[in-house]
Design a protein around this ligand. Structure first.
Ligand code: FES
Length: 56
């Protein structure tokens, strides 16, 4: 599922970034570019990061 349409970032890519060592939304944003264009996906991306980090 696409979280960020501007850059075509999927939930899978966000999870992978966390499994590969990102431990904050900021790091995920830097690794994937999510939320760096229009910013509409930021809220959803943050929630996904929060939930995924909680599960790791
Ligand atoms: Fe992610 Fe626009 S949808 S920055």
């Amino acid at each position: 599922m696409y979280v960020c349409l501007c850059l075509g970032v999927t939930d899978h890519q966000i999870r992978d970034a966390i499994y590969e060592g990102c431990c904050s939304y900021r790091q995920v944003r830097e690794a994937t570019g999510v939320g760096t264009q229009c910013g509409k996906c930021a809220c959803e991306a943050k929630n996904l990061v929060r939930h995924t980090i909680h599960d790791v």
